[in-house]
Write a protein that binds this ligand. Structure first.
Ligand SMILES: [Zn+2]
Ligand SMILES: [Zn+2]
Length: 199
């Protein structure tokens, strides 16, 4: 009954093109990489963004932290993005849009958002952490190419079943999980075969 949903290998997979299956809708242009006009994307997700902002406000108030414009600008930038990104990409994206924030603010705001579960943090086998928005987006796991570092997302309901079963069995209230599969993608294997046809 449970068949894995092979999610979204984009027609022309580039490192940034994963994750466009998220909202479940099929607006064209949403997956286009790095659209500087965040306005059109933002309108697609206005309701979700408002919810996320409210949650973030509550979190800042709980912790007695200041509700600065910079922190909300970072949150908006993250929710206007699709796919995975590292701190440098986030920082560059904000700079491109004329938003002045310090690196330290970017780091500590990301920490707050991860702590609250509004953003997920991944390692993907490299030193550099990658992030993605997570509130209201479909739960998914990742397959990572160790050659070209492409990351592809997939969903398989059986993983949620395992999580529930293990929680019951070991008497844990499971909060979240992280599952990364590593391998060599078809493109890299084809390139290797072309370079070395007799291997
Ligand atoms: Zn590859
Ligand atoms: Zn992902």
């Amino acid at each position: 009954m449970n068949k894995p949903t092979a999610v979204p290998t984009p027609p022309n997979p580039s490192a940034d093109a994963v994750g466009q299956s998220t909202g479940g809708s099929s607006e064209t242009g949403y997956a286009a990489k790095h659209t500087p006009s965040a306005a059109s994307q933002a309108t697609l997700n206005t309701d979700k963004l408002e919810e996320v902002k409210k949650l973030f406000t509550a979190h800042l108030e709980n912790k007695g932290l200041r509700k600065t414009g910079e922190r909300y600008a970072i949150l908006e930038e993250i929710y206007a993005r699709s796919g995975h990104f590292d701190v440098d990409e986030l920082y560059a994206g904000m700079k491109e849009r004329g938003l002045q924030v310090s690196r330290a603010t970017v780091y500590n705001t990301l920490d707050l958002l991860v702590e609250q579960g509004l953003v997920s943090k991944h390692q993907f086998g490299r030193n550099l952490a990658q992030y993605e928005k997570s509130y209201g987006y479909r739960q998914h796991d990742h397959v990572i190419c160790t050659e070209c570092h492409k990351v592809v997302e997939f969903c398989d309901p059986r993983i949620h079943g395992i999580q529930t079963m293990v929680g019951d069995l070991l008497n844990f209230h499971i909060l979240h999980h992280s599952l990364n599969l590593y391998g060599i993608c078809g493109d890299c294997r084809a390139q290797a075969a072309a370079r070395n046809p007799h291997a």
